[in-house]
Design a protein around this ligand. Structure first.
Ligand SMILES: Nc1ncnc2c1ncn2[C@@H]1O[C@H](COP(=O)(O)OP(=O)(O)O)[C@@H](O)[C@H]1O
Ligand SMILES: [Mg+2]
Length: 378
């Protein structure tokens, strides 16, 4: 794949020079004439590397570094500052603001190209090592809306972060047409959100996909926000979604997907790819009936029961059926029961945090732990 570089420089001759030089060296180059436009370009285009000038009016190179790093595109992009300032203070400050390297102008053109190539190759090697890793994929799905599917997915993901690095867990929102995990985790997802490469090109490397991950500093996991209403997800080819599912696995040690309750093009490939399918069921007859139908469709498509577990979730407080009745009717093991806990859930939902993080001492956290342990054994 051609590496993509964004050039941010307020002086037109510099932009032209860099566009020509880097274009001739085989990179795909896009340029912006100021700090603000530069940050917008980076967030929209998600280049592999940003080459930014330091002294620019209004938004300078320091601010650009900081804003890119803190923004949604920030984790994986390499940033190189190119500046006429040759002082130690400027270099240290740029590095502190998130730059990966600092080059003093004028730079020999051959040296510049060689350095950028080395940086991009190094990053590509790391990515390939990362993409060989296969995280464990748990897909959470319900046969009906409003039964706690998203709540279970979010808390299960949050619980698995305990004692791990913040990079270890990814929660993916594939509940279409409207996923709720962004609001539930207080992460603002832009209206026009879509994973562009996945939808348009039908494929996304682990690296590109990881550039779409977002986080809320209070929750030690990363969220892949769902596509928004109006995006073209319905037209995606099944092979593209299969390769998307494989890329998802490369994102972290643990990946939890909220698949929602609607039929969607994401469902078949993800259910095939999953290590564990967790079916959320409310202990009442209508939900039981819909879940039964859902499970028989799964079995018809060749998905074997040994990967499927049930979790009873009781967001409305009615306990028409017991754990044994649910297990017997659906001929599957019930991994755990998340009981109705109005006050706890409403407090967590007001604070927009998973209950296992907001109230780690609450007794119902034990129910999620039981769930996690039961799933670890699958
Ligand atoms: N065990 C429970 N007890 C009380 N309220 C719950 C419980 N589980 C979920 N809820 C609440 O029920 C509502 C619906 O949950 P949600 O996870 O969005 O359902 P779904 O994804 O199935 O549509 C949310 O307001 C959530 O806080
Ligand atoms: Mg939901």
């Amino acid at each position: 794949m051609t590496a993509r570089i964004a050039v941010i420089d307020d002086e037109a001759p510099n932009r032209t020079y860099l566009e020509t030089l880097l274009g001739n060296a085989g990179f795909h180059v896009q340029a912006a004439a100021g700090g603000n436009d530069g940050v917008v370009l980076v967030e929209k285009e998600r280049p592999d590397l940003v080459l930014v000038d330091l002294m620019m009016p209004e938004v300078d190179g320091f601010a650009v570094c900081e804003r890119i790093r803190k923004g949604p595109a920030g984790a994986d992009i390499q940033i190189v500052v190119l500046s006429a300032l040759d002082g130690l203070d400027a270099k240290v400050r740029a590095l502190e603001m998130g730059a990966d390297d600092y080059l003093v102008k004028p730079v020999e053109s051959r040296e510049l190209v060689a350095r950028l190539k080395a940086m991009l190759d190094g990053a590509e090697r790391l990515r390939q090592q990362g993409s060989l890793a296969r995280g464990r994929l748990t897909v959470v799905v319900g046969a009906k809306g409003g039964i706690g599917t998203s709540t279970v997915a979010m808390n299960l993901a949050a619980l698995q972060t305990v004692g791990k690095s913040p990079e270890a867990v990814v929660l993916a929102d594939l509940a279409v047409p409207v996923g709720t995990l962004g609001s539930m985790l207080n992460i603002q997802v832009p209206d026009q959100w879509a994973w562009r490469e996945v939808l348009e090109d039908g494929a996304a490397s682990v690296h590109r996909l990881s550039s779409y991950l977002m986080r809320n500093s209070q929750v030690p996991l990363r969220l892949l926000p769902g596509v928004r209403r109006g995006s073209s997800y319905r037209d995606m080819r099944p092979e593209a979604i299969s390769s998307f599912a494989t890329s998802l696995r490369g994102l972290a040690e643990t990946i939890v997907v909220d698949l929602g309750n609607q039929p969607s093009p994401f469902a078949p490939p993800l259910l095939r790819e999953a290590d564990v399918i967790l079916v959320v069921v409310e202990p009442e007859v209508i939900c039981l009936e819909l879940t039964g139908q859902f499970l028989s469709r799964l079995r018809e498509t060749g998905i074997l029961s040994h990967r499927i577990r049930l979790v009873i979730s009781n967001p409305h407080g009615s306990l028409q059926l017991s754990r044994t009745e649910v297990a017997t009717a659906l001929k599957l093991e019930v991994a755990a029961m998340i009981l109705y806990q109005r006050d706890e859930f409403s407090a967590a939902s007001k604070r927009r945090l998973p209950i296992v993080i907001q109230q780690p001492q609450a007794p119902l956290v034990g129910q999620f732990k039981e769930l996690m342990q039961a799933l670890a054994a699958v």
